[in-house]
Design a binder for this molecule. Sequence first.
Ligand SMILES: [Zn+2]
Length: 296
Amino acid sequence: MREQADKIELIRQKIEDADAIVIGAGAGLSTAAGFTYSGDRFEKYFSDFGSAYGFSDMYSGGFYDYATLEEYWAYWSRYIYINRYQDVENGTYRNLYALVKDKDYFVLTTNVDHQFQKAGFAKERLFYTQGDYGLFQCGRPCHAKTYDNEKTVRDMVLAQGYAIAEDGALYLPEGVMPKMSVPAELVPRCPKCGRPMSMNLRADNTFVEDAGWKAASASYVRFMEEHMRKKIVFLELGVGYNTPGIIKYNFWQYAANWQNAFYICINQGQAYLPEDIEDKGLAVNADIMQILEGLL
Ligand SMILES: [Zn+2]
């Protein structure tokens, strides 16, 4: 076992020497960045839904089968607003950007909270495989387009009694009890067929792969083809075992098959390095925020 300081030094060296970095990011990265889905943040924005329906984290509330679309969108507009539009200021994504911004990099992520772009990462170097909280699509879907939802989401949270501070933070003015529904006219509907919209998230086979998604997918494939013989570092951050086929297993395979590849896995509690790439990789069981601060 290497000491943590040695590991950080090795990561620094590998990144410095690399021709290219491919970042693979999962939910653990956003958790490290402060986007927690239970505890204080849940209590602050969802205690009314939590006591009405008996859930205590945002994910569970997202799966709840609400009786009306007005209530469904009351829940989801708060959820989208605080996880997509409101900032959490612990600097993790910005530190990650500082680490790679002068390198040839690409990001593959299952995260849908848009934090890479907010931190400065170039859009053409990102592939959001699972969608984006900031996009609506037809719920059916009748056509393969997505729609920016910022204005609708803001209107929906304001209609529940919330206010938005100058820095973008959502808060309840004193004495206001939030409504748990939005007016029917704010329920988003498809501009082509009039059916209810849904979020552009890969939850089932209705997920719309729009032109932007297809372009990003093609960019990723091209990046990998162009760099297969180069000195490439696969930097896996907070990828768990919900959808390991998208990032983790691919990275293991690239690391094993490409002569000049090196694999780094940073994950609090779940870091793992397969035996066949033992000499071409590193697993760090630690908080991503702390490791990034150590690297800068
Ligand atoms: Zn439609």
